[in-house]
Design a protein. Structure first.
Length: 396
């Protein structure tokens, strides 16, 4: 119970006690015998006066208690109001302080954001400068590579000119199984011998001298020949191509190059130029295509793009024959020589095999053969190249 409630209860109790006393006095006055009229009137007047006095005192006490209670309540209310006002003031102050701190934090964040933007802008500028420098460096490297490649082509061509723009190689093939080497008179040296210097061939010839007595004397004469390069029976296809690959590189560098084989029938021209389709016995032509494919891949890595076509002709007895033209058999058939027509070959577009061919100069001053079949190829597609080689072999 609060203090206000206790005071109110005490005041009410005092008033109740006063009223109770007045009631007791009234009752007592009623019980007094009336011995005479004067005494009764005095007692009644006294009782009424005492009752009124006690009621007045009780009323005054109640009013005093009520006033005290009201004053206390007012004081408490005032105290609560002041407390609330102080709290409101504190909250206002806190709000202002929070707003100030918030403003400070916002200012700090804005400053940090501006600094971050400055860092990002600086980083972007640095990246842009680095990219520009890298692009400039890349362009410089590309220019340097092009210049060095041009210098390489120039030096390579100079070396080829110094070694001779026209070079003659000689190759001696071994005896075939169905051939038998004629016996030598002295039984020592072979009929054909290549010097270790790789540039000379010695051929032994047997001559017969008719004597006066009509008898014949057998003589052996040695003939020596010099070439730019000689290959003996022990030299394989790889050794031959290693020597002529420089001409293939010159062709890739943009120079006009011609490689052709010359010799009597059965001397090994076709073996040297074409050889076998696969394996170590591949000839100059398939190996040259492989070299072209390798160079093409290198240039494609540098951003170049190529479309390539090939023709394959044979000049035999002063006549030009298109070895990629239509064969006598069906394009999809396999001949008795086990040859296959290439899958990208169009016999109808090739026309008939009796058309005339001419050797003319094109707009670039290069000699070309008109009317021959041009077949699109990818030099890296070994299967397609093998089919072309087999088709060409079937028409020889």
């Amino acid at each position: 119970m609060s203090k206000e409630e206790a005071a109110s209860s005490s005041s009410a109790a005092a008033v109740a006690e006063a009223l109770a006393s007045a009631w007791r006095l009234t009752n007592q006055s009623e019980l007094v015998p009336e011995e005479d009229g004067r005494n009764s009137t005095i007692s009644s007047d006294i009782a009424e006066g005492e009752i009124e006095a006690r009621v007045a005192a009780a009323k005054e006490a109640y009013e005093t208690a009520a006033k005290e209670r009201a004053d206390k309540t007012a004081l408490q209310h005032n105290a609560q109001v002041r407390n609330l006002e102080e709290r409101v003031d504190d909250l206002e102050k806190g709000r202002f302080m929070d707003a100030s701190q918030h403003a400070d934090k916002v200012a700090d964040l804005e400053a940090a954001l501006a600094a971050a933007r400055a860092v990002v802008s600086s980083a972007q500028a640095a990246v842009a400068a680095a990219e520009a420098k890298e692009a400039q460096s890349h362009e410089a490297l590309v220019t340097k590579v092009r210049d060095q490649d041009a210098e390489r082509r120039k030096l390579h061509n100079t070396i080829q000119e110094l070694r001779g723009n026209v070079r003659v190689f000689a190759r001696v093939r071994p005896f075939l199984p169905h051939e038998s080497e004629a016996p030598r008179a002295n039984g020592d040296e072979p009929w054909l011998r290549c010097d270790p210097d790789g540039c000379s061939i010695h051929a032994m010839a047997r001559l017969f001298d008719n004597n006066l007595d009509e008898s014949k004397t057998e003589l052996e004469v040695t003939h020596s020949f010099s070439y730019d390069r000689t290959f003996g029976a022990q030299d394989d296809q790889n050794a031959v191509f290693a020597e002529v690959s420089e001409f293939v590189q010159s062709a890739l560098d943009g120079y006009n190059v011609c490689l052709f084989s010359y010799g009597q029938t059965g001397s090994g021209k076709t073996y040297t130029m074409t050889g076998e389709v696969n394996g170590a016995e591949r000839g100059i032509i398939p190996r040259a295509i492989e070299q072209v494919a390798l160079r093409k891949a290198q240039l494609e890595d540098a951003g170049w793009a190529f479309e390539m076509e090939v023709s394959f002709v044979e000049i035999y007895c002063e006549a030009i024959k298109d070895l990629l033209g239509p064969s006598s058999s069906s394009p999809s058939s396999v001949s008795s020589a086990n040859t296959v027509v290439p899958s990208n070959y169009d016999a109808e577009a090739a026309g008939n095999s009796k058309k005339k061919f001419k050797i003319v100069a094109n707009d670039f001053g290069q000699n070309i053969i008109t009317g021959v079949e041009m077949v699109p190829v990818d030099p890296a597609d070994k299967k397609s190249i093998d089919e072309l080689m087999m088709h060409a072999a079937s028409l020889r």
